[in-house]
Design a protein around this ligand. Structure first.
Ligand SMILES: C[S@@+](CC[C@H](N)C(=O)[O-])C[C@H]1O[C@@H](n2cnc3c(N)ncnc32)[C@H](O)[C@@H]1O
Length: 251
């Protein structure tokens, strides 16, 4: 028992837990739900849990406070397998119900940047974050914390060869857009089809040469001040929200 507990961690809130039940149900061990919650969100959660055969234990709200001190748990906490499930690009692409919107991170090394990028990806409804296995930070505790729940909701795909994965995306009619401050085409002028993968470079190095060469297009975010570049998570937000805005506007 002690051993299995040591391999679990808790996640909080309806959005994160329902997303986990949808994308990675086998990881969810059990769910503790405030017995007073009988609203639509609680019913939605119960429905997903029942479908996946996960036990939901009704508890007093104060017990939840004790289980996750300081966390905004909204009346629900799940114990999940602490090990990260390996999700493949095909797992993600085979289950899409709209044109792909992917974030590709080419060698981010700061876990807080990775967490912030995941947070943006969640907010914009991106389908996955794709990153190389080597020379990049993994989904560490710091990254998971900085993601503020998004590490549970956005599939994180680790690949061994990023350029090959970009080519696979292109074979599946996904337009691969690299981002670089020196690109002559700006984000606001460039055109792209609906299915896109946005490639952001590492903090110091930017996009690697092979990554850059594999992209269908390179775009820059116009910089009006004196600093040379944006933080990678900020650039992620600007690009992904522009992609989402165009899609919503049908542009
Ligand atoms: C901190 S920047 C890297 C700066 C690096 N010295 C370079 O030459 O690219 C991290 C990443 O954010 C993105 N980025 C930052 N500012 C950008 C801009 N103005 N236009 C497009 N992408 C930008 C790029 O993907 C870049 O690789």
């Amino acid at each position: 028992m002690a051993e299995s507990r040591s391999q679990t961690r808790s996640i909080h809130g309806f959005h994160a837990i329902i997303a986990k039940l949808r994308h990675d149900p086998e990881a969810v061990k059990e769910i503790y739900l405030d017995a007073n919650r009988q609203d639509g969100r609680a019913k939605d959660l119960l429905r997903h849990a029942e479908t996946q055969g996960v036990r939901v234990i009704p508890v007093d709200g104060k017990r939840l406070d004790g289980m996750a001190p300081g966390a905004r748990h909204q009346g629900v906490i799940a114990l999940v397998d602490a090990r990260i499930r390996h999700i493949t690009l095909d797992d993600v692409l085979d289950t899409l119900d709209e044109p792909a919107l992917l974030l590709v991170l080419d060698g981010i090394t700061d876990p807080r940047n990775l967490g912030a990028c995941l947070r943006v990806a969640d907010a914009v409804g991106a389908h996955a974050v794709v990153a190389p296995k080597d020379r990049a930070v993994g989904l560490t505790d710091v990254a998971i914390k900085a993601a503020s729940g998004a590490a549970e909701t956005v599939p994180y795909v680790v690949v061994t060869n990023l350029a090959r994965s970009l080519r696979e995306m292109k074979e599946r009619d996904i337009w691969v857009v690299g981002t670089a401050g020196e690109a002559t085409s700006t984000l606001y002028e460039a055109q792209w089809p609906e299915a896109t993968a946005w490639v952001l470079g590492a903090e110091g190095e930017g996009l690697r040469r092979l990554t850059r060469e594999t992209c269908d297009a390179l775009v820059s975010i116009p910089m009006l001040g004196s600093v040379e570049s944006l933080n990678v998570s900020v650039a992620t937000g600007v690009c992904l929200f522009e992609a989402r805005r165009r899609r919503m506007a049908g542009a």
